[in-house]
Structures are given as C-alpha cells and as structure tokens.
Design a protein around this ligand. Structure first.
Ligand code: TA6
Length: 293
C-alpha cells in the first residue's frame, strides 16, 4: 500500500464538516470516507449517482456516529450484552482510524484505515486487536472489515457493516434474496420466523436480523435502478427502516427522511458472532453496486 500521503489522482485528503476525510476517485466513481469511525459516507457512480443515504441532520463530531453511509458496528451489535451503559453498536464507529495509505489496483483505488486496541478500548473490550477497513472504489464499492486478534487469548466479536442505502421511497421498493431465510423480528419480538419467497416490501417499522449469507437486491423502479448488496463471510443480514414514530425519536434523523433510506447490513451477530483464536484474522465484506433493471 502506497504511503499515507496517497496520490492526488485518486486520493484527496480533505476536511468535511470539520472532520478529516478522504475523497477516493476511480472509474468514474467517487467515495467519501471520514477517519472518524472510518465512516464511509458517500459512494457515487457516474451511471447511477449516489447509492447511499445520509441524514440532513447527521452530527459530525467526536463521540457521535454519523447517521447514514456505512457505520461500523464493532465489537458488538445493538446494546452491549451485559453492560447496558456502554454505547450501542460498540465503539469503532466513534473512534478515529489511521489512514494507512491508498493505491490503484487495476481500475480501482484501494484505501486502508486501521484501529488498534488501546488503553482507551481495553476497559470496553478487554482484548488486543487490530481492525482494518479496506475500501475498494470503482464501478462497485467493496467495504472489507478485517479483525486481527493480536492477543494471546481467543476473542469473540459481533460486526455489522450498517449500510444506509438511498431509495426513492421505501414504500415502493422490493427486496429480493431473503426468501426462505429465518429471521428474528426486533419490532414484534418474534424469533425464528421464515421469510416467504415473495419479494420483501415495507409497510411499517422494520427491524429484522436474517440468518442469511445471500446476496440481496433492492429494486427501485422510480429511480430506474436495482441496488445489489453482495457480501462474503457474513452469516447475518440486518434489514431496517425506522418508519414514522422511531424517526421522530431520533434527533439526528429528520421526521420526513425515513422514506428515502433502507438499511441492508452485512453482519455477523448473535449466534453468528465471530470467534477468533490468537493471531488469527477474519474479514467481513459487503460489495455495493447498482444496475439498470
Ligand atoms: O441495525 C438496526 C438497528 O439495530 C436498529 O435497531 C436501530 O437501533 C439502528 O440499528 C440504529 O442504531 P443507532 O444506534 O445508530 O441509532
């Protein structure tokens, strides 16, 4: 990997909303990633425009996760299993990552950011680790999150690449790829339900954790595009839209913004959490693209 100065032809080190960020450009596409949380906030292609969603009310500040893009939920998903006072979705999305460098590989630019355990993280997660986010930007976007256990004890972690997709209106899209998958419904509290074979449509608050490794597509006829969310080494897929009432309860989420987004998250959560022996690594990847239906 080229040194962390990057190369202006594909990597610009900028400041946006008061935070350090990288603008990555290749093959007519452009991505914006903040060092804060290694938070990918935008991915735009020449053919289909912006594929992600970010709230107009997003807060760009230390200690706060940016509402939108691809927040990194690590090393736990949702509330902490035993220490409820700890931040939901872990701490990676609010920590400053280090830019390790970027380079062209074929028609894509690849950039790497890293976060290592420290005296700051050990009280929250008593393990030595190095996390690396590898972004590959081109006609598609690949977000690869690698965790290396640098300690002498095994470590378990959960992960969700919490992708906020941009859609014309969540009430008019269809999600395919989850047919027959078993899921837990976090809205109703029901567990081990089975998704029918019909495409998934949205008529209310939806918060589901599917036991699925499958590729998911989101057909958005109004925008004349199908979003494709592929993934590797991910055994759970989280599908979320807050709908009206939950959107109103989030200060960094506009009351009228909920129709414009849909989360399809490549994850490893709950029983599918990752167990890493000492000196081993695991990478979870989500690959996001768009095609014309
Ligand atoms: O991924 C869905 C979810 O777990 C929802 O339950 C909701 O809490 C969402 O994440 C957003 O969480 P956040 O902490 O970013 O507000």
């Amino acid at each position: 990997m080229q040194n962390s100065s990057g190369d202006a032809r594909h990597t610009e080190q900028i400041e946006a909303h008061g935070l350090k960020a990288l603008r990555l450009s290749a093959s007519g596409s452009e991505a914006l990633v903040y060092l804060h949380g290694a938070h990918l906030a935008s991915f735009r292609t020449s053919e289909h425009g912006e594929l992600l969603w970010t709230s107009e009310l997003a807060v760009y500040a230390p200690g706060k996760a940016i509402r939108g893009g691809v927040p990194l939920c690590f090393p736990w998903f949702g509330p902490h299993a035993t220490q409820s006072y700890l931040p939901a979705h872990g701490f990676a999305r609010t920590r400053e990552f280090r830019f390790e460098g970027s380079e062209m590989r074929g028609d894509n630019v690849v950039a790497e950011l890293s976060l290592s355990s420290s005296e700051d993280t050990l009280p929250l997660f008593p393990h030595s680790f190095t996390a690396r986010l590898r972004l590959t930007v081109g006609r598609e976007l690949s977000v690869a999150f690698e965790v290396e256990n640098t300690g002498v004890e095994p470590l378990d972690y959960e992960l969700a690449l919490h992708t906020y997709l941009g859609v014309s209106d969540v009430r008019h899209v269809e999600v395919s790829g989850l047919g027959d998958a078993v899921y837990d419904d976090k809205v109703s509290g029901e567990r081990a339900l089975t998704q029918g074979r019909e495409p998934l449509r949205f008529t209310g608050e939806t918060d589901r954790v599917y036991d699925s490794s499958a590729r998911v597509t989101v057909l958005d006829v109004a925008r004349k595009r199908r979003l494709v969310i592929d993934k590797t080494c991910s055994a759970t897929t989280v599908v979320w839209n807050p709908w009206i009432e939950k959107a109103k309860r989030m200060a960094d989420f506009g009351d009228d913004e909920w129709p414009g987004m849909l989360c399809i998250e490549a994850a490893n959560t709950g029983a599918r959490r990752i167990s890493l022996p000492p000196e081993s690594r695991h990478t979870t990847t989500t690959i996001i693209s768009a095609e014309t239906p």
